[in-house]
Design a binder for this molecule. Structure first.
Ligand SMILES: Cc1cc2nc3c(=O)[nH]c(=O)nc-3n(C[C@H](O)[C@H](O)[C@H](O)COP(=O)(O)O)c2cc1C
Length: 209
């Protein structure tokens, strides 16, 4: 039995295009993999800790091989709890809207909390190289008002997909499948077509994911 972690980053719920397509993915996935477990993480419901004070100091203590204080260790336990839930998955589905060309701040907050030395990545000072410590593959549903695909002339504005997939690669997830609902600003007809195309792709990807 595999576990699929679904991370949801749009707060628009019933009105969200990315969630709608992700739900289609999940339904097709569950049908094709009835024994698998789906863990749902709604970033707008999960209370994420502020990443400052003892928690931040614990990160530096760990990176520099120092001994974190009792308070720092207690704060770090919360980071470990959130990371362990993430790392317990074998596969990942993310859904996210583009906000100001980048990712919604709740998703960035989550990334900042779980992307930690010794948990998500390691660094070898001898070779100067980083290694991702997370295993698994991912599917990502991106939603945007505009269209930023290669050849559109607007690809340089896309600060969502390249940084997000850069982060996935950094922590060790390099097998990434993309599902896009783009152009939701172009009116109801264009949006309906973009959603239908993305839904068909979601069904196809989920069946063999
Ligand atoms: C705060 C905010 C900022 C946005 N910024 C952009 C943007 O920079 N570029 C863009 O193409 N769309 C932008 N949009 C539009 C959304 O990306 C678009 O409506 C998308 O389909 C929303 O996905 P969702 O329905 O899953 O929430 C923005 C929307 C919001 C709420």
């Amino acid at each position: 039995m595999s576990t699929l972690l679904y991370v949801e980053a749009s707060p628009r719920k019933q009105r969200s295009h990315s969630i709608k397509v992700a739900e289609e993915f999940l339904a097709a996935y569950q049908k094709a993999h009835p024994g698998d477990r789906i863990d749902r993480l709604d970033l707008w419901k999960e209370p994420l800790p502020r990443f400052d004070g003892d928690m931040l100091n614990a990160k530096y203590a760990i990176m520099h091989g120092e001994n974190p204080s009792v308070a720092e260790r207690a704060a770090w336990a919360e980071v470990e709890r959130l990371f362990q839930r993430f790392n317990a998955a074998d596969k990942y589905l993310f859904s996210m809207p583009m906000w100001n060309f980048g990712m919604p701040y709740m998703l960035k907050h989550y990334i900042d909390v779980i992307t930690q030395p010794g948990l998500a990545w390691s660094f070898d000072p001898a070779s100067g190289s980083y290694s991702g410590l997370v295993k698994g593959k991912a599917a990502v549903v991106y939603s945007s008002g505009g269209i930023y695909e290669a050849g559109s002339g607007a690809e340089g504005y896309d600060l969502l997909r390249p940084p997000f997939e850069g982060w996935l690669g950094f922590i060790g997830i390099t097998d990434v499948t993309r599902i896009t609902v783009a152009g939701t600003l172009y009116g109801p007809e264009a949006t309906a077509k973009a959603t239908a195309d993305a839904t068909a792709r979601a069904h196809e990807v989920a069946t063999t994911f």
